[in-house]
Structures are given as structure tokens and as C-alpha cells.
Unconditional design. Structure first.
Length: 128
């Protein structure tokens, strides 16, 4: 694996496959911007929409990857948040860029996972 780059296959490996077509949660999108992308992994939550997204530079100078976390048939839970944080940390390490978030995002995330769990998280099973 090359540092400062992730592939589509690596992104796919991070996302859980849905087993029933109903319990979908994570969605990957690729977007193109008109200007260069900031070198950061950005977490943004929308509490009204009950959604969290993780945005990061992807493949080209003006390309951006985005992973959405949103549940339609049940509420987001601590395992969902744990998985998204695991993905964000993977991207941060492999792209060698920091993770940023806003206060409202931190507030949303803290409803599901404690600071102690957050500091010690190494994989999804740590958030039981």
C-alpha cells in the first residue's frame, strides 16, 4: 500500500456489506471540486437528518471521497459510530492527514461512544 493514497478497493474493504438490502448504513461517493481539496479527513454530523459523513482527498487533486453514515430502518448506534471512526482513523493514517470535526459533530458522536472508548478504539469490537 502506498502512503498518501487509498484505492477504491481499500475503501470497499472498510465498508460492511449489507446482508438483507434493508440494513444499509454506509455509502461511498466520489465528488469532483473546482479547487484543490484540503488535506484532511473531515467528520460532519447533521443531527436533524441523523447522519454523519466522512470526507477525504481521493485519487486526484480535485477529487474527494465521501462516506455517508445514515440509517433508514433503525437508529444509528454505537457500532455504526465505531465503524465510521475506525474508517476515519484508517484514512488519516494511510493518507497521513489529520482528522477534523465540528463541535456539533463531536456532540453527536459523544452520544454513542465515550471519550475513553474513543481514545482506546483500535477496531470495531472495542465499542461493545
Amino acid at each position: 500500500m502506498n502512503l498518501n493514497n487509498v484505492t477504491f478497493e481499500q475503501i470497499c474493504a472498510l465498508l460492511d456489506a449489507t446482508t438483507n438490502g434493508i440494513d444499509e448504513a454506509f455509502e461511498f461517493r466520489w465528488l469532483r471540486e473546482t479547487s484543490p481539496i484540503e488535506p484532511e479527513v473531515r467528520l460532519v454530523a447533521d443531527q436533524k437528518e441523523k447522519m454523519v459523513r466522512c470526507t477525504f482527498p481521493f485519487q486526484t487533486a480535485d477529487g474527494r471521497g465521501r462516506i455517508w453514515l445514515k440509517r433508514h430502518h433503525r437508529e444509528i448506534d454505537e457500532r455504526d459510530i465505531g465503524k465510521l471512526l475506525e474508517i476515519a482513523r484508517y484514512l488519516s493514517i494511510h493518507l497521513q492527514i489529520p482528522i477534523y470535526s465540528h463541535l456539533n459533530t463531536d456532540s453527536f458522536i459523544s452520544r454513542f461512544i465515550s471519550v475513553g472508548q474513543l481514545l482506546n478504539i483500535t477496531c470495531l469490537s472495542d465499542t461493545k
